[in-house]
Write a protein that binds this ligand. Sequence first.
Ligand code: IPE
Ligand code: IPE
Ligand code: MG
Length: 243
Amino acid sequence: MPKDPDTTPTAGPRHVAIIMDGNGRWAQARGRPRLFGHHAGARRVREVVEACPRLGIKYLTIFAFSTENWKRTQVEVAGLMSLFRRYITKETKTLKENGIRVRFIGDRVRLDAKLTELMDTLEHETEQNDLVHLTVALNYGGRDEVARATKRLARDVAKGVLRPEDVDEETLPKYLDTRVLPDPDLVIRTSGEARISNFLLWQSAYSEYEFSDTLWPDFTAAELERLCRSYGARERRFGAVPA
Ligand code: IPE
Ligand code: IPE
Ligand code: MG
């Protein structure tokens, strides 16, 4: 049986996931290269993370790089990878001191060794923290995640650790990258696009969505607060009839 969802109205979402989109267009509007927008976008993350405790957000998951983003030019991809390395190096101390526990989801295999080393260190350095759980999706794709999870599940069946007849809705999530996280209550996408782009496919089955026209480098804590309030006014039904 699936977990009994908590349908009691809450003031705000406990787990917010954000598709941080629009960096390229923000730069383009200023006649600057796309990477200029990515740097401006990265600088927005701190304010958003710091706003979480006061908004009651315990889990924040942000989409930084998708499995499809490798299709971009080599200059943009290399620039983004270098930005991730620099960002982690620069922010580790603050994240640690501010009680933020950082995790990464996505396939690390295609990422370079220097970057994965920094990711491992940041996860390790912040593993005692519990104020906000920040998850960064890096080389993440929902379909890729389900495929990797299925591969691990199939291996357990082959080993005799798991019986096919015992596989149910509760089984697959235990193999997903997000296995220790609750499902997102609210998924936000910036930049006016109304699509999911392969983000948290399994986990967002019953998430609420908010689409904002703001380009990510212009996104603020005030807007996050407004979107959380709008979420609080909604009624989540999970397929049931309201009482
Ligand atoms: C989101 O901004 C950041 C990444 C996908 C890495 P975009 O780079 O997609 O910006 P737009 O959508 O082209 O404006
Ligand atoms: C989704 O944005 C991925 C991230 C924000 C990291 P994209 O800009 O890559 O998505 P599409 O191409 O518009 O669907
Ligand atoms: Mg985009």
